[in-house]
Each structure stands twice: as structure tokens, then as C-alpha cells.
Design a protein around this ligand. Structure first.
Ligand SMILES: C[S@@+](CC[C@H](N)C(=O)[O-])C[C@H]1O[C@@H](n2cnc3c(N)ncnc32)[C@H](O)[C@@H]1O
Ligand SMILES: [Zn+2]
Length: 267
């Protein structure tokens, strides 16, 4: 167990099926779905932080269509074999789609959105999920073998604190041409993604050891899936209502999926 008490930072232990507690007597209930809420009220900037229910439901529908399966396959191939030992933590795990599918005996997921974590815990019973923030991880120092950060916010100092020496940080971001055809439909002057920032420039303890692009064409012939993809992308919410209307009537969409996976080792 790698969870830490958000109040005093001591280790949290599962006292019984429904409670976690630390040595100082701070208690946290385990919800009936199996997750624990470790986000303190003073760590929230709003009453319901993280992605909205609409975005979460859209992402669930789209991901369950299998469109990002090649990305999972690429990530899984790059991970060392930790099926017997080791802890993987997915920070900003959303509904658990990625951490739910990688092989490892100890899997953990954290997201600031309680709605997302509730779905995650219902969907993947063998993963421990907690509501918590990437900026203030309720995770013990030097406890994580592999941290995943997939299209999610990351605090480098927190990542460096919780990952073990020689452990890995796997960062997945949209690559320059990700969903470019969709942007062409929504914007007058579409821009490609800027992917220049490297995390190793932000901490001398992170060494880049691998970088690769995963690029393929998505053929989407299901109007509900097209609408779900639109709703889970920020471009849609930034477009005008005329443009939104035009694209939401599309019955078929051919669009580039372009991801970049960067792996760093903690020195
Ligand atoms: C674009 S989604 C990606 C979700 C998931 N990794 C996936 O790819 O399906 C970004 C996620 O980060 C979460 N998030 C935003 N701010 C966060 C924070 N400070 N700490 C943890 N999670 C955060 C959101 O609630 C959302 O689930
Ligand atoms: Zn405590």
C-alpha cells in the first residue's frame, strides 16, 4: 500500500474493508465502490474539481469504442514486467481506462474528480483508487516503481518525491498532428500541438531514456462516438456554435491519432 495520510503524511493502512487509518488516528472511509477520498477540503479550488460529468461520460463512451487501444498496446510494451512485484501509479487516471489494462500486481489510480474515480473503482476492482491531487499526492515518498501521466496535469516535484530511485515516469501527450483534421473543421487557422517541452529540463533528477510517437488513422463511423470525441476535446468547447453544429452532424470522420510517449528514469 503506497497511500499516505493527507493530514500527517504517515502511511495509510486498510484497517478493515471500509476504513483506512494512519498511526496518528486519522481515518478515511472507503466508499462502497472501493475508492477512498484523500482530497482535503482545503486542497480543492472548487466544490467539484476535475473534469465535468459530460466530459467524463463522453470519454468513457469513446474509449470503450477501442479507438485508443493501439496506445495502450504501445504503453504496455514499453513497461518492464512488474507482474509479480512493484507498484504502478496512474496520476490523473480519469475512469481508469489505462491503469485498468496494464499488467502489474499493485496498481493505483488517482484523480481529482470524484465522479471519474467512482466510475474507475466500479470498473476495475483490482486497482486501488483514491480521489487526490497531482499537486499534492497522497502517496508515500520513494514508493512508486512506475508513474503514468496520460493527458493529465503533473507536478514534477511531486513526481520526483514519490517515484523510487531508478523508477520510471511515463508521460503521454498529444503529438503535433493529434486530431488535426478535427481542428481543421473547427478553426479557421488550425495550429499543430507544441510538444517541445521536456520534463528533463525541469528537474535534473529526471533522465529521458525513450521517446516515441504512436500515429495512426482513426475511422469513426458512429455518430455517437464522433460526438463523444468532440465533447472530450477542448477544441470543441472553444469553437463557435455554428462550427460546433456543423461538426456534430458528421456521420463519418477520418482523423489522425498522434501521441507521444516520453519515458524518464529517476536518477
Ligand atoms: C484529459 S483527462 C485524462 C484522463 C485519463 N488519463 C485518460 O487519458 O483517459 C485529464 C484528467 O486529469 C484530471 N485532473 C485535472 N486536474 C487534476 C489534478 N490537479 N490532480 C489530479 N487529476 C487532475 C481530470 O479530472 C481528468 O480526469
Ligand atoms: Zn494521519
Amino acid at each position: 500500500m503506497i497511500f499516505a495520510c493527507p493530514v500527517c503524511h504517515e502511511a495509510l493502512l486498510l484497517r478493515d474493508a471500509r476504513h483506512f487509518a494512519c498511526v496518528n488516528g486519522h481515518h478515511f472511509d472507503r466508499a462502497k465502490e472501493g475508492y477512498v477520498n484523500l482530497l482535503l477540503a482545503n486542497q480543492k479550488k472548487s466544490s467539484d474539481p476535475g473534469d465535468s460529468k459530460t466530459m467524463i461520460q463522453a470519454r468513457r463512451l469513446f474509449l470503450n469504442g477501442g479507438y485508443y487501444q493501439p496506445l495502450i498496446a504501445a504503453i504496455s510494451q514499453l513497461l518492464p514486467d512488474f507482474s509479480n512485484d512493484g507498484a504502478i501509479l496512474d496520476v490523473g487516471c480519469g475512469e481508469g481506462y489505462y491503469i485498468g489494462q496494464v499488467e502489474c500486481s499493485q496498481r493505483y489510480g488517482i484523480d481529482i474528480s470524484k465522479i471519474a474515480i467512482r466510475y474507475a473503482a466500479k470498473g476495475y476492482r483490482n486497482v486501488e483508487f483514491a480521489v487526490g491531487s497531482a499537486m499534492n499526492l497522497p502517496i508515500l515518498d520513494n514508493s512508486v516503481d512506475i508513474m503514468l501521466s496520460i493527458f493529465a496535469p503533473l507536478d514534477i516535484a511531486e513526481a520526483v518525491r514519490v517515484i523510487k530511485k531508478d523508477g520510471l515516469l511515463v508521460k503521454v501527450r498529444p503529438n503535433s498532428n493529434h486530431l488535426f483534421e478535427l481542428k481543421q473543421l473547427l478553426y479557421d487557422t488550425p495550429q499543430t500541438h507544441d510538444i517541445s517541452a521536456l520534463l528533463s529540463d525541469m528537474s535534473d533528477r529526471l533522465r529521458g531514456i525513450h521517446s516515441e510517437a504512436v500515429t495512426y488513422t482513426l475511422q469513426i463511423a458512429n455518430i455517437e462516438h464522433i460526438q463523444a470525441l468532440l465533447q472530450m476535446t477542448p477544441y470543441y468547447w472553444h469553437a463557435t456554435s455554428v462550427q460546433q453544429n456543423q461538426v456534430s452532424k458528421l456521420e463519418e470522420l477520418q482523423v489522425t491519432a498522434d501521441f507521444r510517449i516520453d519515458i524518464y528514469r529517476l536518477a
